[in-house]
Design a protein around this ligand. Structure first.
Ligand code: TYC
Length: 102
């Protein structure tokens, strides 16, 4: 960042590199078969919602096709997706849960 006079000089700015880890949206998808009560249960159990919140989000998914149910680090998001998909499979419901970089 200095200039010796006649010659050309280049100023190089050093950026403080404190990168936050990327966040991932976890989404629930609607289908025609998974019971509403099961979806409410999933939202309470894995996403820390109370019954009223869970019911509201479930209805949003039901009406709009999908909804973001939480935003997490990659590892936590993967865990949530696995937990939901495992429980849905155990109960033979076609419920789909996916994650996407924010
Ligand atoms: N559409 C389902 C029904 O009518 C309910 C449902 C809601 C299913 C949300 C999945 O992610 C879902 N029984």
């Amino acid at each position: 960042e200095d200039d010796d006079g006649g010659d050309t000089s280049v100023i190089t700015k050093v950026k403080p590199k404190t990168k936050r880890p990327p966040l991932y949206k976890v989404m629930l998808l609607n289908d025609d078969y998974t019971p509403m009560e099961f979806v409410v249960h999933v939202l309470e159990r894995f996403f820390g919602m109370d019954h009223a919140q869970a019911f509201e989000i479930m209805l949003t998914v039901h009406k709009r096709g999908l909804a973001v149910v939480g935003v997490f680090s990659h590892e936590i998001a993967e865990t949530k997706v696995t937990q939901v998909m495992d429980l849905a499979r155990q109960h033979q419901h076609p419920l789909q849960c996916t994650m996407e970089k924010e």
